[in-house]
Design a protein around this ligand. Structure first.
Ligand code: UDP
Length: 404
């Protein structure tokens, strides 16, 4: 946090800066507020940490509120999150009540009347809109793949969604035919100047790897993701077993545990048990820690980044690795397909194809020139499409349009 907008000129150029200032100028007297449910852990918090200060820096007064909920509430919303991605769910009245009641309480002490535009992220604070006298545009920004939701849950949530002015999704394919509200596409983006993405010297990289006990005497294969079944960490271990038959290397699984993701602890302990048995020589390293510089160091030092998600709204971890010119082998799902052009800027593989993943990884571990070439092309694609300055412009333009 804490960068000035000018700091980005060298990365994106004068024209992008001019466009940003022109769009911001029209909103100087306006104020905006974002609402989500966590300050850290996962992609949404990552984006808001960069976006909110920059919105203020270009001259649009912008707040950020976090929905407060009990562990029970987050258990329910995690179930909702899973069900929106296709899981089964027992949608009881008790779950609905806890979900709505938490939003009622939050809205009683969260005063939003003075803001000119309200942007609500993801399902947790979605019902808030029901409990305000609405006199400004409300935007619902949903970051997950909505194409195969649990029907009953979607019907229930839709009652709230219908009150919004606009819904923002990450991918054309997530648009819903059964939703009358206008739907727009914004691709997520990364902040090239954040501690997670800024250039790091070799010394810092070495220091952080040492601190987290990651030796660098062998090639490193790495997945960085919340410990979540949709990120398929067990599948990554399977892939690694096959890679190991051909190339001696280490696997690092690095994940954080987000406040609004109560399942992550269970997934982590299951992985620990599983790897204890097959990890005699310590070649599988599990790290549960929220540390941006470590993530940065791993994404830079890894020989290959794997992202074996079964579903993926967008996949910022992929963007982050592409920006660092580290080759990526990832699942051909959701938002990842917007980022990687197969065989050009990385490899896309069917998430069930363990062998395919292993083959691609082995290719990249053996062919350094190919890996370098892919990395270079990937970085330029991110510069062009997936940096925070572009996302900032998307928001400024939409807000202006809604306030006309
Ligand atoms: N992340 C992190 N530490 C971790 C695991 C993940 O900082 O141990 C970050 C990661 O770098 C990325 C975000 O959390 O910025 C994950 O976003 P993504 O879109 O990949 O997935 P989500 O968690 O939102 O499903």
């Amino acid at each position: 946090m804490g960068h000035n907008i000018e700091d980005y000129t060298g990365i994106v150029g004068d024209k992008a800066m001019y466009d940003l200032h022109s769009a911001a100028r029209r909103l100087y007297s306006r104020s905006v507020v974002h609402v989500n449910s966590t300050y850290y852990g996962g992609g949404v918090a990552e984006i808001l940490s960069a976006l909110v200060p920059l919105m203020n820096d270009v001259g649009v007064a912008t707040g950020w509120r976090q929905l407060r909920g009990s562990p029970d509430f987050f258990n329910v919303t995690k179930k909702f999150h899973n069900a929106l991605q296709g899981d089964v769910l027992n949608l009881t009245d008790m779950k609905k009540k806890l979900y709505v009641q938490t939003n009622v309480e939050f809205s009683t002490y969260t005063h939003l009347q003075n803001h000119n535009c309200i942007i609500v992220h993801d399902p947790q604070p979605l019902p808030m809109i029901r409990f305000y006298r609405k006199h400004q545009p409300w935007i619902w920004r949903i970051h997950i793949d909505l194409s195969h939701p649990h029907e009953k849950l979607w019907e229930f949530l839709k009652n709230y969604v219908l009150r919004y002015d606009v819904v923002i999704l990450s991918h054309e394919k997530y648009k819903r035919k059964d939703l009358h509200v206008e739907q727009r596409i914004f691709h997520p983006a990364i902040d090239p100047l954040s501690s997670k993405n800024i250039e790091l010297g070799e010394k810092t990289i070495n220091k952080f790897l040492k601190k987290f006990n990651v030796p660098d005497d062998k090639p490193i294969l790495c997945q960085i993701s919340r410990f979540d079944k949709w990120k398929d960490p067990e599948g990554v271990i399977e892939v690694y077993r096959r890679v190991r038959e051909k190339v001696d290397c280490r696997l690092v699984l690095c994940g954080s545990t987000a406040v609004d993701d109560p399942e992550s602890y269970q997934v982590f302990t299951r992985l620990q048990r599983r790897t204890n048995n097959m990890n005699k020589n310590g070649d599988i390293i599990l790290i549960a820690s929220e540390n941006n510089v470590l993530v940065n160091a791993l994404q830079r030092r890894a020989d290959v980044i794997i992202q074996k998600s079964l579903r993926e709204g967008f996949g910022l971890t992929v963007t982050e690795a592409l920006w660092k010119e580290t080759p990526v082998v990832a699942s051909k799902v959701g938002g990842i397909t917007l980022q990687i052009e197969d065989s050009k800027t990385g490899y896309l593989v069917d998430p069930q194809d363990t062998e395919g993943f292993a083959d691609r990884i082995v290719t990249l571990l053996k062919d350094k020139a190919l890996a370098r070439d892919m990395g270079k092309k990937a970085k330029e694609k991110v510069r062009e499409k997936f940096l925070i300055t572009r996302l900032l412009l998307d928001y400024l333009e939409l807000i202006h349009e809604l306030l006309q």
